[in-house]
Design a protein. Structure first.
Length: 450
């Protein structure tokens, strides 16, 4: 999905004058499957109709050549303008107001026409909803219940011990019952201090939770999305852009800034946030971290000497040497080099890999999200499927027969790999020695509707 994040605000502000229709022209084969698109629409809470355009017929008829693109139509159906790329609510609102004034003068704007709406979705707070990331510690399992806008603290067996967040989408600090998140994703823990750091993706913020009291505080981000990458600043005063994962090294919090194709750092002692790696170009280029290119980093993992990055949009696994700052592509790579193929570094293909974890002896595990698999990346860059037949579903058992449905989060604890199985609304556990999987938390909600 390549929805502009400001469209929801725009629809709400001009509900009597503006009709929004989404057109989904998929990049990936998995995105063209109607069931997958339907789940994506539900996951993002999209209220307007969305047309599936797998053969790019609508795309071509409107001469679109970039994701996302806005095409403006008059009340009588003529194309009157277009905009490629992101845009702020303020800029879009100004354009819409001018168009409303013009068509009111012409007498062609009919406010009596009912608004164009799609399916309405409701979620049950009694079940998981599109869990984005998971974090396993010695004595607890932390789950970003992204679709329900909250963090769950569980036993390792999946029994809920604490719920942090009211479940309402918003950005509010406070106690665990009143605090609000909006589609939280990656987490990192300081166990000694009892603090959990959360990438609050749709709030474009980093939140800190006291695991002793459940208190939530915002430590970086303004709540508004940055459209250009600031170089540095006080965390609380610096706009971020879709932070998707975090990794903690001492007092340095690394942030996968998916929206600007960069890795940022947040100095927890000084509160300073700044770009740490990536120029903002969406592509693959290795080299010094300051000049490298990344593409939608959505997963991070740390070893003693290396930061590993899962670049979803380029289906690549990257690593940064923490001593030299040099960025190297370990496996995969290419904005349009995607597929489902095991093999050597030069042969293997992934499809929008959204999470990464590092295990013993440097073995890497990747959530090959759109291929519905968990794969292992060996030290020579070769890739082999560990769990998942490739067919979407929820089926436990040996790796080759098991089924997942768009896994999005990974966390290793010993010889166990915990998996946030997004479209199954479930948490799964992979036995790395046996290469088998079983379900820890089965939260299938199936899209209860109004």
């Amino acid at each position: 999905m390549h929805e502009l994040p400001q469209l929801g605000k725009l629809e709400e502000a001009f509900r009597d004058e503006l009709a929004v229709i989404g057109v989904h022209s998929p990049k990936y084969p998995a995105e063209a499957i109607p069931a997958n698109l339907r789940l994506a629409v539900e996951r993002y809470g999209i209220r307007h109709p969305v047309v599936n355009d797998p053969e790019y017929r609508v795309w071509d008829s409107y001469a679109v050549n970039a994701w996302p693109t806005l095409v403006f139509l008059s009340p009588t159906g003529e194309v009157i303008g277009r905009h490629a790329g992101e845009a702020t609510f303020e800029a879009l609102s100004h354009v819409v107001q001018e168009l409303i004034a013009e068509y009111d003068r012409q007498g062609t704007l009919d406010r009596s026409v009912p608004p164009v709406t799609g399916e309405a979705w409701t979620k049950s707070l009694e079940r998981l909803s599109f869990p984005g990331k998971v974090l396993a510690t010695r004595d607890r399992l932390l789950v970003a219940d992204s679709g329900n806008n909250r963090i769950l603290a569980m036993t390792l067996q999946g029994s809920i011990e604490q719920i942090i967040g009211s479940g309402r989408a918003g950005m509010q600090d406070g106690d665990p019952q009143s605090a609000q998140f909006h589609a939280p994703q990656g987490m990192a823990i300081d166990e000694a201090a009892g603090l959990l750091y959360v990438a609050d993706a749709e709030n474009h913020a980093i939140r800190r939770i006291s695991l002793r009291t459940g208190r939530v505080d915002t430590i970086a981000g303004t709540g508004e999305q940055a459209h250009r990458a600031a170089r540095s600043g006080a965390g609380a005063d610096t706009a971020l852009s879709s932070p998707w994962d975090v990794a903690l090294l001492g007092q340095m919090l690394f942030i996968a800034m998916a929206g600007t194709h960069q890795i940022w750092s947040l100095d927890l002692a000084s509160g300073t946030a700044e770009v740490w790696a990536g120029t903002g170009h969406e592509a693959i280029r290795d080299g010094a971290r300051e000049s490298c290119w990344l593409a939608q980093p959505m997963g991070l993992a740390l070893s003693a000497t290396t930061l590993y990055i899962s670049c979803a949009e380029s289906q690549a696994v990257r690593h940064v040497d923490l001593h030299t700052g040099h960025v190297t592509t370990v496996a995969g790579g290419g904005l349009f080099a995607f597929g489902d193929k095991d093999g050597s570094r030069d042969e293997a293909l992934l499809q929008h890999n959204q999470a990464i974890a590092v295990g013993r002896n440097g073995a890497l595990y990747v959530a090959d999200t759109y291929n519905n698999k968990i794969k292992r990346v060996d030290t020579d860059g070769s890739i082999v499927t560990l769990v998942g037949s490739g067919q979407a579903g929820l089926l436990d058992g040996p790796g080759a027969n098991a089924r997942l449905y768009e896994p999005t989060g990974l966390s290793i604890l010993g010889d166990s790999l915990y998996v946030a199985d997004g479209n199954n609304h479930a948490v799964r556990l992979v036995d790395l020695e046996a290469a088998s999987i079983h379900t820890v938390v089965d939260g299938i909600i199936g899209g209860d509707r109004e």
